[in-house]
Design a protein around this ligand. Structure first.
Ligand code: FE
Length: 201
């Protein structure tokens, strides 16, 4: 079996926002999909390690924003590489909210959809939310960023002249210098596990 076939599945990238008991949070995922048209249903799969999962489970709602191709790496650092357990990802923002009370992210995105959770399915590593659409708006006509666009154009590249021996994080581009990457290694930038690293050279 060639596991690389899985990398050929196309994904978009999304900012998900959630609120619970006065606390707001945002995260990045690549797993938003319209799965039915009548009734209109959207599925969102979220890793259980994400703080937002519990917030969405308890509140029963989330906003989904498609990230556009103009988004810089900073957007991914802000929402994707730190946990809402440790920082408030919205503290410096002029907060705009949708009628459901959740944060609206209009910078570097092209549309927002407010979702109401209909069903939660435990998938092991992830939880799957099956959702109805409560509201939707388009901000602009910029292209939605695909995961492969992020990999090719947004994630920092290792410069050839400073190409080191070691392992590179496929998510954020962090380089671990050394002959062996420990199995329990966690990327210090994006917190992804050793399985998301690949050998360089
Ligand atoms: Fe990383």
């Amino acid at each position: 079996m060639d596991n690389k076939a899985l990398y050929k599945i196309g994904y978009g990238l999304y900012v998900i926002t959630a609120s619970l008991n006065g606390k707001d949070n945002g995260m990045i995922c690549n797993t938003v999909c319209q799965v039915a048209s009548d009734p209109l249903l959207i599925s969102v799969s979220i890793n259980k390690a994400n703080y937002s999962l519990d917030m969405i489970k308890q509140s029963g709602k989330m906003n989904v924003h498609s990230i556009s191709e103009v988004a810089p790496f900073e957007l991914f650092k802000r929402f994707g590489f730190v946990s809402g357990r440790d920082v408030d990802k919205f503290e410096h923002d002029m907060m705009v909210r949708t009628p459901n009370g959740l944060p609206l992210v209009t910078t570097y995105t092209n549309a927002a959809i407010s979702l109401k959770v209909k069903e939660y399915i435990d998938l092991g590593s992830h939880g799957l939310f099956l959702c109805e659409v409560e509201d939707a708006q388009v901000f602009n006509n910029n292209e939605t960023m695909s995961y492969s666009y992020y990999q090719s154009n947004v994630k920092p590249k290792i410069k050839k002249e400073e190409k080191k021996k070691g392992y590179v994080c496929k998510i954020c581009g962090y380089v671990y210098e050394g002959d062996e990457l420990p199995d329990d290694f966690i990327c210090p930038i994006c917190k992804h596990p050793a399985s998301d690293f690949e050998k360089i050279n």
